[in-house]
Ligand binder design. Structure first.
Ligand code: TRP
Ligand code: SF4
Length: 432
């Protein structure tokens, strides 16, 4: 398995191999009323059980994402934002970073244009899609995020960045630093607020950032729960750590653990017993640690979406405009692209009638799955008709462009009706 390049344009071919190689778990949760979950478009997760139980028990949790203001908002970005809005409806506190420092470094967008792009192409669409006020901020203007990014950068060295991202020595410092700023985006809600589970819905190409952020969280924390049969906490950090042993012991007792052994030499606290709920235990442990360590946090969780295939193949990415549909496009433009899309169809109509098409390697079918089929009955119909040969690619694409046209027109109307709300979002962000 090669490295994944979050800034590149290549599609991920084998999700099972990716899970195996990078230690991602398969996503087997059933999220109510979430079509990405219902249609198995979430390829994996890290620690999603924390989020599931926060939602069930109505405990505090954060949802975090960022956008690169480097062009139009496309369908892949839409999917991630729908996940964010979903978590907002399930009680998450939302934080959205405009990664203007990242687009300055990697896409050569100046910070002034970035502002305009972020509002016109992204924020307006988010509001049109149903986003409610939340912490929407610009990396370049957020001194708290920058301050914590400096702290984080002390935990990571260049050879590590090279091995995760394949950076060459000639990379510019801000490019090298942008994953560090992103880690700060993700951890800042906890560091400047209180420790709580954090869900970061991402496209699969962004997984390296989450891996890095989770590692950093571990390095910054002094009480770490280790994998073991009962409960085992290792105590790290400089200076006198006895006080941390006391803190950990107190939290263990509070969670019903009575038999506790302290191993001074290896700086470990151990018990054959387990807490009643591992999740509340780990949250309480991070909160208690916070009294002594301002950076105590819970490693972020992720829900990882499969990357939508571009309509001409490859990854759907802003860098390949012909393969991508953006939300600010006109129905006519989008329709033309769809009519020229790759399909899973056969060479000839006769063959298609006889053998059926292949919806599972068809970018048009993906459009139905991710965006166009409102209900699963419709999606099933497309799938079955395609497989049986009843459906032909020409009319199938026509139906897709009509549905896409309706969706884009509807969004455009809602964008126009949302303009007066922009100010509220920007003020909310800068008052944080
Ligand atoms: N790197 C992300 C992108 O390319 C943007 C981003 C910045 C982000 N900060 C984030 C994503 C925090 C998730 C969480 O789009
Ligand atoms: Fe794809 Fe539709 Fe053709 Fe089937 S009929 S291969 S879903 S375009």
């Amino acid at each position: 398995m090669e490295n994944i390049d979050p800034w590149g344009a290549s599609q991920i071919k084998n999700y099972a191999a990716m899970r195996e190689h990078f230690g991602i778990d398969e996503f087997n949760f059933n999220l109510e009323n979430n079509r990405f979950s219902e249609r198995s478009l979430i390829m994996g997760h890290r620690d999603f059980n924390l989020i599931q139980s926060a939602m069930e028990k109505k405990m505090k949790f954060y949802a975090m994402t960022g956008l690169m203001p480097s062009g139009e908002m496309h369908l892949g970005n839409k999917a991630v934002m729908e996940m964010m809005i979903y978590f907002q409806s399930r009680g998450a506190e939302l934080h959205i970073a405009v990664a203007d420092l990242e687009s300055y470094a990697t896409r050569d967008i100046d910070l002034i244009s970035a502002k305009d792009i972020a509002v016109e192409n992204f924020l307006l669409n988010y509001i049109a899609m149903g986003l409610k006020p939340c912490n929407f901020y610009f990396q370049s203007e957020n001194s708290k995020v920058q301050k914590f990014a400096n702290v984080i950068s002390n935990e990571v060295n260049f050879s590590e960045m090279k091995s995760i991202y394949g950076f060459e020595d000639s990379k510019k410092m801000l490019e090298i630093n942008s994953p560090i700023i992103q880690a700060s985006d993700i951890l800042s809600p906890q560091v400047y607020g209180e420790p709580a589970p954090t869900i970061v819905p991402i496209g699969a190409d962004q997984d390296p950032h989450i891996r890095l952020t989770r590692d950093i969280t571990q390095r910054l924390s002094m009480l770490r729960i280790q994998e073991s049969r009962g409960t085992r906490i290792s105590i790290g950090g400089r200076g006198d750590t006895h006080i941390l042993e006391d803190i950990a012991e107190e939290v263990m007792r509070r969670h019903g653990i009575t038999k506790i052994m302290r191993n001074r030499k290896y700086r470990i606290l151990e018990s054959p017993e387990s807490p009643d709920s591992m999740i509340s235990f780990s949250i309480d442990l991070a909160k208690a640690e916070r009294e002594h360590n301002p950076y105590a946090a819970i490693p972020p969780s992720s829900a990882i979406l499969r990357l939508e295939t571009g309509i001409k193949g490859g990854k759907m990415s802003k860098s390949v405009p012909d393969s991508t549909i953006s939300l600010n496009e006109t129905p006519v433009e989008a329709g033309k692209k769809i009519m020229r899309a790759l399909t899973g169809g056969r060479e000839s109509i006769e063959e298609q009638r006889k053998l059926g098409g292949n919806p599972y390697s068809c970018p048009v079918y993906e459009l139905y799955m991710y965006h166009l089929s409102r209900d699963s009955a419709h999606l099933k119909k497309v799938e079955e008709e395609c497989l049986s040969g009843e459906r032909l690619c020409g009319s199938c694409k026509k139906e897709a462009s009509d549905l896409m046209g309706n969706m884009l027109t509807d969004l455009k109307e809602k964008r126009e009706a949302s303009r007066h709300l922009v100010k509220e979002f920007l003020e909310f962000g800068s008052s944080q």
